[in-house]
Design a protein around this ligand. Structure first.
Ligand SMILES: Nc1ncnc2c1ncn2[C@@H]1O[C@H](COP(=O)(O)OP(=O)(O)O)[C@@H](O)[C@H]1O
Ligand SMILES: [Mg+2]
Length: 234
């Protein structure tokens, strides 16, 4: 139990209201260990992104329990959850979500600075160098390629040294070669930073590189396989 950085106990969630409400998560229980890489796959609309939002405390479950790094999210206030997320969880999106009127350096440093880090710009510069962008720090997102923008987003996610890195289709907006570079970077930094990686992907090759692959269907876990078992069944 102490090894779990993520512990979900029978979580259920319905989104929307009235006729348009959707029972998205239908009772998911899941434990993920510190430092593990987990690939989440499944059909479009099966609840993958919603599951990530729950892990990040950005959606609240209707029932069940969400424990992250030993803390139960349901016992925290919104402000506490926001602060907890800032310290513990980095998020990377398919569409990068950078702030267009901030440079690469500012995109990484400003959230750190807002969190009260006295060395925000020093850390941001180091992490940007670690993702291969030492010579791009004064560029604005519009002056960077898609792959470079995703590198900035990865740097921003890793800069606070979170315990968990969440990535939702991180290569979905990139060409194959760039997507491969970003994938390599994610796994390299996962090891370097010792972070737990939870990755939603359509890419079977990418999912297969994870320590564990979880298949979601219609709001339920359909399959949950660790790498050695995957290899055996292949
Ligand atoms: N705010 C919302 N209101 C109603 N339904 C929603 C809302 N957000 C997501 N859904 C529905 O929940 C289901 C799961 O969505 P999502 O988690 O984004 O799936 P995935 O990431 O696996 O494609 C979909 O059917 C989607 O239409
Ligand atoms: Mg999705």
């Amino acid at each position: 139990m102490t090894k779990s950085v993520i512990a979900l106990d029978h979580i259920e969630l319905t989104l929307g209201s009235g006729a348009s409400s959707v029972h998205v998560l239908k009772g998911i229980s899941l434990n993920i260990n510190y430092g593990q890489s987990v690939g989440i796959v499944g059909p479009s609309g099966s609840g993958k992104s919603t599951l990530l939002m729950v892990l990040a405390g950005l959606e609240h479950v209707d029932s069940g329990s969400v424990q992250i790094a030993g803390e139960k999210l349901e016992s925290m206030s919104e402000d506490q959850i926001a602060a907890f997320r800032g310290r513990n969880i980095g998020i990377v999106f398919q569409s990068f979500h950078l702030i267009p009127n901030m440079t690469a350096l500012e995109n990484v440093a400003v959230p750190l600075e807002l969190a009260g880090n006295p060395d925000a710009f020093g850390i941001a510069e180091n992490v940007l160098a670690a993702v291969g962008l030492a010579d791009r720090i004064t560029h604005y997102p519009g002056e960077l390629s898609g792959g470079e923008q995703q590198r900035v987003a990865i740097a921003r996610a890793l800069a606070p040294s979170p315990k968990i890195l969440i990535a939702d289709e991180p290569t979905g907006n990139l060409d194959t070669a760039t997507g491969r570079q970003i994938t390599d970077l994610l796994f390299e930094k996962q090891k370097e930073f010792g972070v737990t990686l939870v990755l939603v992907t359509h890419d079977a090759t990418l999912a297969a590189r994870c320590d564990r692959e979880i298949r979601v269907r219609s709001g339920l876990i359909e399959a949950d396989e660790h790498a050695p078992e995957l290899a055996k069944s292949a």
